[in-house]
Design a protein around this ligand. Structure first.
Ligand code: GRF
Length: 198
């Protein structure tokens, strides 16, 4: 049972369509113990920002210079005392200033079974095309802590799905997204409220 008097703040970093963000919002909408405090993006026109605006969630847009060369935004994030920072479709490498300020509090979801199909350039359909081209018979998701290397930190959860010969990169993407929607909110909940057994 959670004994906090204040809700746990979550910050989401996302720069894509934001379907995982929407799923997280919906999952915790009626849970007063969890509050989506901020959505951070590096794209002014990211779909996720429309979701944020519809849901009245504050946003922070960071350009490359601000994100990589300055760290003025770090205290802004600190002020929110986030219980967790969730990268859900954020493609830039997280700078040391951020990793060091929030040790074990930043997680990423990757749409493949790391260490396969990870690293710079491995995102979205590039991942699913590579999985298809390699003739893999299974793929899945990896939720992991974030360190200073792409797709590298300690794994929290992997979940698998079969790849059939008839699958296309698009159908693989759909299966992988379904796994993401199923597992990411639950991992978030467990990390916040049952940190010993995510
Ligand atoms: C997801 O597939 C996630 O694994 C990856 O980026 C994608 C984001 O999708 N890191 P969406 O914007 O949440 O739909």
């Amino acid at each position: 049972m959670n004994m906090r008097s204040q809700p746990a703040n979550i910050i989401i970093f996302a720069s894509g369509t934001g379907s995982n963000t929407r799923n997280i919002i919906e999952r915790f909408r009626d849970n007063p113990a969890i509050h989506i405090a901020l959505i951070v993006s590096n794209k002014h026109d990211a779909g996720v920002l429309s979701i944020a605006s519809k849901e009245n969630i504050p946003t922070l847009i960071l350009d490359k210079v601000r994100f990589f060369k300055g760290d003025a935004y770090v205290p802004e994030l600190q002020q929110l005392k986030p219980s967790l920072i969730v990268l859900a479709g954020f493609l830039w490498k997280i700078p040391s200033a951020l990793v060091n300020t929030f040790p074990k509090k930043i997680i990423n979801i990757h749409p493949a079974l790391l260490p396969k199909y990870g690293g710079k350039g491995m995102y979205g359909n590039h991942v699913h095309e590579a999985v298809k081209n390699a003739g893999e018979t299974e793929t899945g998701i990896t939720i992991h802590f974030v360190d200073e290397q792409y797709d590298h930190g300690e794994h929290i959860l992997q979940a698998k799905v079969p790849v059939e010969p008839t699958d296309t990169p698009n159908s693989i993407a759909q299966k992988v997204h379904a796994l993401e929607y199923q597992h990411l909110p639950e991992v978030i909940r467990q990390l916040i409220f049952e940190p010993a057994k995510p």
